[in-house]
Design a binder for this molecule. Structure first.
Ligand code: IFM
Length: 803
């Protein structure tokens, strides 16, 4: 239980949602949860991490590789496809009306259909049962996985079983006619087979950089059959005709290898490597490949799986959230990071946003620090792009891309949203003004160092990144001579509906942190690599003393002495204080963009997503509980939660202030986002569907950092549990400074078990009771649950999240 995500029945309206929900992946490849008979109209996609292309002046976006799993099954010439199959109810109605349509009355009926994901082994399954015109019941079952061991490999096993003896045909191969948003990205498609005619392949080149991509497929058909090769312009397939006996399944397995020339390899090598890999996989066989894959996943879960007692729904949603993060984690490369929509397609240009550092990094820091390091090294490798962007705007240092791809140059355009009424591009300031991105990057680098104690990231370029980000802010900041303070003007904070504001509290606080991180990181660099330190200073127009001065005199909006409120930005309170339902009532189109130059929210206090409240979460030690409560209560009713990055933050701060039950619906909304598919699909006329890794990370944060109350500053691990009423306990593994711990938080007791392999003791505090946990030791700490403050967050105007 709680390892399987399942959906019964087929609903054409949910094809896109299921493509996200049932995704498989291995950090290098992401394969959407579509069915074997689907094609480009059903958004089938095989996304290769870090491979981008641009066609003409359209948006640069990830490449969707040819679909190596494309398979159609026919029974007596009629397709066994959920798309073509006749719904029994429908068939009756049409029969009566004497109609019939393009599908033909002979189309098989779909009598049962199920799609499922086994989270534990990262395997996708489907089973569809059709009733054919001759009365046979034919079941198609399939199982597939993206190998966690062989990053280029996708393996699929399909079985056809009929209640009657009969003849069926499988047409299976590689389909190069793929779904693209701003494509087509692949040109010069060449199909081929190996000398023995056993391995099919399709090679094509990206348009912009001419990078070769080959998909090779080796098949294994149990039960023989007559084969025929079908080569068309955009595809290569085999047609296999077979007879099956009643009740005896006929199986075939596809071993699909996807290789690219991302590393500079020529097409010849890419072709050879993919064919070899498909052939080798076939030699190893399905069972062995599945076993090694499942073993690898078992190890991933050993260091990450958590159990929640008393709440099956949350348990499954949390596992699913972690699954989504695992399938897109770059565990082999520090050249790629995680895009805002993971590997689920081309939405948001496959770009990496601040989502990674602020919402996904915590999960990896606690469970797979080597992945966390890769994520941050990606920022080191893209530093040049960030420097180019700063220079382009006339600033010093590094201004990281709002939408970053493989070089770090900004894929974000100046006109990122089209007006729904006119279709005209609207000027947006995501690219120019969300300067907090550079501070977020520096923050992430320091988080890695503080968590792991591993200086290598700082010495391998992390300190330089932080320093360049600090230099950027020094050049961007403004010294207000009258107030004798530095200010950060003309920015867009996390709340993107209010562009070009002054002194956004979150941004200013993050910049202060970035300056601190830069100074501390440079000190470490100085002590370990003085030459590099001196070289960096020699080429800097700014000195550490100047950065220190800016740090010390930077204005950060503070809580009001009377009510504790922090103004989101200068003059925010002068905006119209309208309720969210009233604001929504003013919308003239369901997809109308609420912010920007003249969106309905622009002149009001309605915010898109957690902004001040995010700052209260990140710097929780700096603010009194009363301040957190006051700001939560003020900002929540004014928050649209129009971004998937919002609700988890309200859950975290609610838990932090002793109101877990108030935070719980925000947590569940975050944790189930890709299970329910309930998220915004359009901004203006821009499709933004896909998976939501930031929310997946946010769900983990809400459970572990919120409800279990774990905080680790690199020195001491603190636990301040605040379990929701339904939860009896939560148990989870964490990795702190290289040591492994299992922590169980139940009502009234915390149990901490340190691995015998840890090298040192760790200092813990459980609701202010201090203790050290030695290697191999298990300690039980009773604690008194804090009284519920739930009522104090109550708002007169809820934002739509049900309590
Ligand atoms: O990074 C986010 C941003 O904060 C809100 N809009 C969507 C982006 C990608 O998730």
């Amino acid at each position: 239980m709680s390892w399987i995500v399942r959906e019964s029945g087929f609903d054409p309206e949910r094809i896109a949602h299921h493509g996200n929900k049932f995704m498989i992946g291995n950090g290098v490849l992401g394969y959407r949860g579509t069915l074997e008979e689907f094609g480009k109209s059903e958004l089938t996609a095989t996304i290769v991490a870090g491979l981008y292309d641009k066609v003409g002046d359209k948006w640069r976006e990830p490449v969707n590789a040819p679909n190596g799993l494309a398979t159609a099954v026919f029974w007596d010439g009629a397709p066994l496809s959920v798309l073509k199959a006749v719904d029994p109810a429908d068939a009756g109605a049409r029969g009566k009306a004497g109609e019939g349509d393009a599908r033909g009355d002979a189309s098989p009926e779909l009598v049962a259909h199920e799609q499922a994901l086994d989270l534990r082994r990262a395997v996708h399954r489907r089973r569809s049962v059709f009733r054919t015109a001759d009365g046979a019941e034919v079941a198609i079952t399939s199982e597939r996985f993206c190998s966690a061991v062989r990053p280029e490999l996708i393996v699929s096993r399909i079985a056809v079983e009929s209640s009657r003896e009969g003849e069926f045909t499988i047409v299976t191969g590689i389909d190069g006619d793929v779904w693209d948003i701003n494509g087509p990205h692949l040109e010069r498609i060449e199909s081929g087979t190996d000398a023995a005619g056993e391995v099919l392949s399709l090679t094509a080149w990206t348009q912009e950089l001419g990078i070769p991509v080959t998909v090779a497929e080796a098949a294994e058909v149990r039960g023989g059959g007559e084969h025929q090769l079908l080569r068309e312009d955009l595809s290569v397939r085999r047609r296999i005709q077979m007879r099956c006996r009643a009740g005896e399944p006929v199986e075939f397995v596809k071993y699909v290898a996807v290789w690219t020339g991302q590393d500079g390899a020529p097409a010849r090598d890419v072709r050879t490597a993919s064919a070899q890999s498909a052939r080798e996989a076939r030699q190893l066989g399905y069972d062995r490949l599945l076993q090694e894959h499942a073993d690898r996943w078992e190890r991933k879960w050993e260091t990450s799986d958590m159990t929640v007692e008393g709440d099956e729904e949350a348990q499954l949603a949390l596992r699913y959230s972690m699954y989504q993060l695992h399938i897109i984690a770059p565990d082999r490369s520090e050249r790629v990071s995680i895009p805002a929509r993971g590997l689920s397609g081309q939405v948001y240009k496959g770009a990496v946003f601040w989502d990674t550092e602020m919402f996904m990094l915590p999960f990896f820091l606690h469970t797979a620090p080597e992945v966390a390091r890769n994520l941050m090294m990606y920022r080191v490798h893209t530093l040049d792009g960030a420097k180019r962007k700063a220079a382009e705007y006339g600033y010093d240092g590094a201004f990281y891309a709002w939408e970053s791809q493989e070089t770090g140059d900004d894929a974000c355009t100046l006109f990122n949203v089209n007006d729904v009424f006119t279709g005209r591009p609207m000027r947006t300031y995501f690219r120019d003004k969300q300067v907090h991105i550079s501070a977020d990057v520096a923050y992430g680098i320091w988080q890695y160092y503080a968590f792991t104690g591993d200086e290598s990231l700082l010495l391998d370029g992390g300190a330089e990144v932080a320093w360049e980000c600090a230099k950027f802010f020094y050049s961007y900041g403004y010294f207000n001579p009258r107030k004798q303070r530095y200010e950060i003007l003309d920015v867009t904070g996390p709340d993107e509906y209010h562009e070009r504001v002054n002194n956004n509290a979150f941004t200013n606080r993050m910049v202060k942190e970035c300056l601190r991180v830069a100074l501390d990181a440079m000190e470490i660099l100085r002590s370990r690599n003085p030459e590099r330190y001196e070289a960096l200073l020699a080429e800097s127009a700014v000195s550490p003393e100047q950065i220190r001065d800016m740090h010390d005199r930077l204005y950060v909006p503070q809580p009001d002495a009377k009510d504790g409120l922090i103004e989101q930005f200068d003059r925010y309170y002068t905006l119209e204080d309208v309720s969210l339902p009233d604001l929504k009532g003013r919308m003239l189109h369901p997809h109308e963009y609420l912010g920007g130059g003249n969106g309905p929210a622009t002149t009001t206090q309605i915010l898109k997503q957690a902004d001040v409240v995010l700052m209260l979460h990140l710097f929780k030690g700096d603010y009194a509980p009363s301040v957190k409560q006051a700001n939560w209560a003020y900002y929540e009713p004014r928050t649209e939660h129009g971004s998937s990055l919002s609700a988890c933050i309200y859950a975290l701060v609610a838990a932090d202030t002793g109101s877990p039950d108030w935070g719980y619906p925000y947590f569940m909304r975050t944790a189930t986002i890709d299970l329910t598919g309930e998220s915004k699909q359009y901004v203006g006329d821009l499709y933004i569907g896909g998976t939501h890794p930031a929310a997946n990370g946010g769900a983990w944060m809400a459970a572990i950092q919120g409800f279990a109350g774990l905080r680790y500053d690199g020195n001491q691990a603190e636990l301040r549990p605040a379990l929701p009423s339904a939860w009896q306990a939560i148990e989870f593994p964490v990795c702190l400074r290289g040591g492994s711990y299992r922590i169980r938080v139940s009502r009234g007791e915390v149990v901490i078990k340190a691995s015998g392999e840890n090298s040192t003791a760790m200092r813990f505090s459980v609701r202010d009771q201090e203790l050290a946990v030695a290697p191999g030791q298990e300690v039980r700490v009773p604690y008194e649950a804090a009284g519920s403050l739930d009522g104090q967050l109550g708002s007169a105007r809820p934002s739509g999240v049900k309590h």
